[in-house]
Design a protein around this ligand. Structure first.
Ligand code: SAM
Ligand code: GLN
Length: 293
């Protein structure tokens, strides 16, 4: 589509095409991100050098990105990168793209623990378990922000664990990755006792697949997103059962859940714990902080 064109012309056409399937703001964010990553051209460069002619090689790459974008493929999978907690993670079709709501879940833990009580001087080592680690985003963000911690992270997907390990290496976070099916209670003996259990498990009932965006259902791993319609709370039920034996005194659980099921998800923990429901930045019920009574 593009040939012998300037920065400004290509940018405008790219943006214009994307506006057919994304809001103006999303289209602009994606265009800026693509130009910076593929062409090394920031918005400020565009303003300074609008009439600079773009190399053919770059034009071809931009064309190929645009073709995939117009098929609703998420920009993160096209570029192979996603941002979480100001860190760049490698992503591919084996892992969920980290979400801003999940950054809020991590922040809840940090608000609670990143204080003097657990600072380097106190010598207290926190053990943390991330269930369903995907790209490793939660585990890595916690390890890099809570220095006195030992972090364990599980997933059933070998493809996800491969990416998570790569991210941990790149981002210099020492994590103990454990490959297991958390729904199988016989695998729990592989896990130690824990101070903080955190999870963003699959929580979308399969029934809702038809109302989700194409960029989610066509590209993100279904194993990361969906639960069966008959057992939509299975991960929370298993986490509650696991905690009976594995959560240490004064331990806490932090989970993300489906915005429509705050009451049902909280009820699973309320028998044994104090439960606080937290909203995300979009004002939706999204996270539980669960304390021992
Ligand atoms: N923690 C990542 C995040 O917040 O971006 C990924 C969350 S994704 C919603 C859920 C993760 O749980 C996926 O990586 C999926 O592979 C994993 N998972 C699904 N079933 C599992 C099981 N039975 N045992 C362990 N992990 C599982
Ligand atoms: N919040 C994600 C979405 O909207 C789903 C994450 C999950 O199932 N845990 O697609």
């Amino acid at each position: 589509m593009f040939a012998l064109m300037t920065n400004k012309e290509i940018y405008r056409q790219f943006l214009h095409q994307l506006e057919q399937i994304y809001s103006s703001l999303e289209a602009m964010t994606i265009t800026d991100w693509t130009f910076e990553t593929v062409a090394g051209v920031k918005r400020s460069d565009l303003i300074k050098n609008p009439d600079q002619v773009v190399e053919n090689k770059i034009i071809l790459q931009l064309n190929s990105c645009l073709t995939e974008l117009m098929q609703h493929k998420p920009i993160q999978y096209i570029l192979g990168e996603a941002w979480f907690f100001k860190m760049k993670f490698k992503v591919n079709d084996q892992v969920l793209i980290p979400r801003p709501e999940t950054e809020e879940l991590v922040q809840l833990v940090l608000d609670d623990y990143n204080n003097k009580k657990y600072s380097q001087e106190s010598g207290k080592i926190l053990s943390i378990l991330d269930i369903g680690t995907g790209s490793g985003c939660i585990a890595i963000a916690l390890k890099n922000n809570l220095t006195n911690s030992v972090v364990h992270a599980t997933d059933v997907s070998e493809g996800a664990l491969e990416i998570a390990k790569e991210n941990a290496l790149n981002l210099k976070a020492e994590i103990n990755f454990i490959s297991l099916d958390f729904l199988n209670e016989n695998s729990w003996h592989q896990l130690p006792n824990i101070d903080i259990i955190i999870s963003n498990p699959p929580y979308i009932p399969f029934e809702e697949k038809k109302i989700l965006d194409k960029n989610v259902t066509h590209y993100e791993p279904h194993q990361a997103l969906f639960v069966t319609d008959s057992s939509p709370f299975i991960f929370y039920e298993k986490i509650a059962a696991f905690c009976k034996k594995h959560l240490l005194a004064n331990g806490k659980i932090f989970v993300e859940f489906h915005e429509d099921f705050a009451i049902q998800t909280a009820a699973i923990f309320e028998v044994d714990y104090q439960v606080e429901i937290k909203k995300d930045i979009f004002g939706k019920d999204r996270m539980l902080i669960i304390n021992k009574k």
